[in-house]
Design a protein around this ligand. Structure first.
Ligand SMILES: *Cc1c(COP(=O)(O)O)cnc(C)c1O
Length: 757
């Protein structure tokens, strides 16, 4: 009996080959086991249970046709082959689409049905698939997905590599790297699921389930890979659908379903692998030798019984002698640009991926739910008002780069917000908004705020003055932030609407100023520092000592002003779900503050920090729910305020620029230099911008989709790249006009003069 085993990589994120060899040896002490590898750098080739080695050229150099013939000869001659590598299993699937009696790996049709993220073959199992979104969608939609899932998301390739992308710039950088390393644009984002990881391993031959076992991770490596685990029987409610799945896919070989069990006991399927897992021998130790069952089914030679030594296993690190005919090579050169799984490149897996793409372009595609109909276009729709506002500009006379104010868009947003506040207000609780002047102090935006019944939210006395000059009365001003006394001498003497103290020192200064008649406000309150989410603002309350200080300070506040509480945490940053969680937690803190200080909270201010779409789209019901919650938990509150800034300002301006030069490179990569730069669009690494080109002939606005173009700023600075992965419409030339929408928030207000002579 001769058994070929591949996938002998033995680093911290190992392949299963060595475990398979140990298990086969346990079941068949006399079998000849041949280790198959594609690099002499793989340490598993030195494992002493191997009777022979079959070392090939790396995947990038192998003649795949003749290698396929040699594998066929081996199988025809009675050798059995257990693949320990996903990509090798896929390649074998392409060489033997209908399998081979001695090839102990799944058929191509089966492999295609387990592609991430949907894992269609597993649809009968009691598991759910975490929400996902293909990266073929527009950046606009991808950013929305990340916010919705609190930036707890993974960027994944169809078969390999997964990376957490906690910020937009991490997402764009990892997307570029993964697409390049694995030669595919087809990646997907998937929501993270918190819970404990567990797996089911299976062994099957020609559609018959030979055995299956459950394993819970009990210790993990820094990469999250199993270091120790416990092994148990698969429960019948899982086993029966698993048996059907194996039959439906006509599965042969090993397989692993990687799952997370959440706090409510729901299992989420993360992925299915077309091979045994690296911990395969841990199950053999527990009396479930799945590789031996596989060999037994193929050979009809009974395996030795597998005694259960323990229901738990752990790993140790062992030194083994190096085989004299494969002396150690020198240290490898660092592999530039390597990410994640591609680090296992000694055998050239990334080169194999590129070659598999050529064999079958669909083979490595991500599998998406097809119910959605048309594939995503990668283009973000522009609201009609934006299109009209842009079309109304006279670009011919315009010097670029130039911010343009989108008149009707701005007016529409302010009106919409005012109408909603009005709708949600009742006789006893009023809902108001304060426009955050800091976000964009453009007079036209401040004017919109005034006209629509907003309050003015200022974080400096300079901003207070800007509000007063624009026509706000002092009693329409909310003063906030750590720098509210700057610049000196500008504090209005008239009664303001609300003042929030950012620290206890600030509070004592406010108390003294009010007592001295130097300032006055209808509401005087505190900003509280959000517990558990790092913030430099507000008064902390997350230890008994600090909370005691906060209560004592609240008791010092003037009693002829109403008491108010403010908290602020940007949902655009921490995510929408997390923001609502925080909101409810804040209400409970507020209740404790009321009880312990004896002061009733009459105004609650929820701050700003909303992404425009999250603030405007369909949030009425959520905010109505928030109002209900406040009513129930803080019955003395008469006014609920929010302080939107970018929700209103960001869509209200766009940046017009012209293309200076277009350079085409290999593989469709294009670099286009524009006359704008990171100095005018400094938020490009925080948020996407919807982009259009104005057609030079027709004047029509054409959206930029996804592609391989980089938009380079005019500055002679390495990092001045304001967009990547876009596609310029057909016929784009130097001199053409591009418009970056969504630039009216911090892009505008934090832009700087640079490189202009
Ligand atoms: C900046 C700021 C806002 C507005 O934040 P956006 O992210 O622009 O919505 C609201 N309130 C306070 C106190 C601020 O400092």
């Amino acid at each position: 009996m001769k058994i070929y085993v591949s996938g002998l990589y033995g680093g911290g994120n190992p392949q299963p080959g060595v475990g398979i060899v140990r298990s086969v040896r346990q079941g068949y002490p006399d079998a000849a086991i041949v280790g198959v590898e594609y690099s002499n750098r793989v340490s598993g080739i030195h494992f002493d249970e191997l009777d022979d080695l079959w070392i090939q050229r790396p995947w990038g150099e192998l003649d795949l046709d003749s290698y396929g013939e040699r594998v066929r000869d081996v199988l025809d001659a009675g050798g059995m082959w257990i693949s320990g590598s996903d990509l090798e299993a896929m390649w074998l699937g392409s060489v033997f689409p209908d399998g081979h009696r001695n090839l102990l790996a799944p058929p191509m049709a089966g492999i295609k049905r387990i592609t991430k993220p949907v894992v269609e073959a597993a649809s009968g199992l009691p598991v759910r698939i975490p929400p996902y979104l293909s990266t073929e969608n527009s950046d606009w939609d991808l950013h929305a997905f990340c916010r919705k899932h609190d930036w707890r998301v993974w960027l994944k390739g169809p078969y390999y590599d997964a990376s957490r992308t906690p910020t937009w710039d991490a997402f764009t950088a990892i997307r570029n790297a993964l697409s390049k390393v694995w030669s595919t644009e087809k990646l997907f984002l998937q929501a993270h699921v918190s819970g404990y990881e567990e797996s089911v391993m299976l062994s099957a031959y020609k559609g018959e389930l030979l055995g299956a076992v459950s394993m819970r991770k009990r210790d993990i490596t820094p990469e999250g890979k199993t270091w120790a685990g416990d092994v148990s029987e698969v429960p019948p409610a899982f086993l029966e659908p698993l048996r059907r799945m194996v039959r439906d896919t006509n599965w042969t070989g090993g397989g692993e379903l990687e799952m997370v069990r959440d706090a409510s006991d729901q299992l989420w399927l993360i992925e299915m692998n077309p091979r045994f897992p690296a911990w395969v021998h841990g199950a053999t130790i527990a009396g479930h030798n799945l590789p031996a069952l596989l060999v037994q089914a193929a050979s009809r030679v009974p395996a030795e019984a597998a005694p259960a030594l323990s229901a738990e296993f752990t790993r140790v690190v062992l030194e083994v002698p190096v085989r004299p005919d494969y002396p150690l090579p020198p240290l490898p050169e660092p592999f530039a640009g390597a990410v994640g799984h591609s680090m296992k490149h000694p055998s050239g897996l990334t080169a194999l991926a590129a070659r598999l793409h050529k064999i079958d372009p669909d083979m490595l595609d991500v599998a998406l739910d097809s119910r959605g109909g048309e594939p995503p276009s990668g283009v973000a729709e522009l609201p009609g008002s934006m299109v009209a506002d842009i079309a109304a500009q006279d670009f011919d006379a315009m010097e670029t780069p130039q911010y343009i104010y989108l008149d009707s868009t701005a007016a529409g947003l302010f009106k919409q917000a005012a109408d909603r506040a009005h709708r949600l207000s009742t006789n006893d609780v009023e809902v108001i908004s304060g426009y955050s002047i800091k976000t964009n102090p453009d007079k036209r935006l401040i004017g919109q705020a005034l006209d629509n019944g907003f309050y003015a939210e200022a974080i400096s006395l300079g901003e207070v003055q800007a509000a007063l000059q624009a026509g706000f009365r002092p009693d329409q001003v909310i003063l906030n932030g750590p720098g509210k006394w700057w610049p000196a001498g500008l504090m209005p003497r008239e009664r303001m609407h609300a003042v929030f103290c950012d620290s206890i020192a600030d509070l004592d200064r406010v108390v003294a100023a009010v007592a001295a008649g130097e300032m006055s406000a209808k509401h005087v309150g505190i900003r509280i520092r959000t517990p558990n989410i790092t913030s430099r603002f507000g008064i902390p309350l997350d230890s008994p000592t600090t909370f005691g200080k906060l209560i004592a300070a609240v008791k010092r506040l003037p009693t002829d002003s109403a008491f108010a509480v403010h908290f602020h945490m940007a949902s655009s940053h921490v995510g929408v779900a997390q923001w609502w969680h925080l909101f409810e937690s804040m209400l409970r803190w507020c209740r404790s503050i009321e009880t312990l200080s004896g002061r009733r909270i009459e105004m609650l201010d929820m701050g700003g920090g909303w992404y425009p779409d999250d603030w405007h789209a369909d949030e009425t019901s959520k905010i109505a729910h928030a109002v209900e919650l406040v009513r129930a938990m803080l019955p003395h509150v008469r006014q609920i305020a929010s302080e939107p800034g970018k929700a209103l300002a960001q869509p209200s301006m766009a940046l017009a620029m012209r293309i200076l030069e277009i350079q085409e490179h290999e593989n469709d990569m294009v670099e286009a230099v524009v006359d704008a730069s990171i100095a005018e669009i400094p938020m490009h690494f925080w948020q996407p911008h919807r982009m259009v080109r104005q057609c030079a002939e027709t004047g029509a606005l054409q959206p930029l989709g996804r592609g391989k173009t980089y938009l380079m700023g005019r500055l002679c600075m390495e990092h001045d790249i304001i967009a990547s992965g876009v596609r310029l419409p057909e016929g784009t030339r130097a001199g053409d006009l591009l418009i970056f929408c969504d630039a009216g928030g911090y892009d505008r207000s934090m832009s700087y003069v640079f490189g202009r002579g």
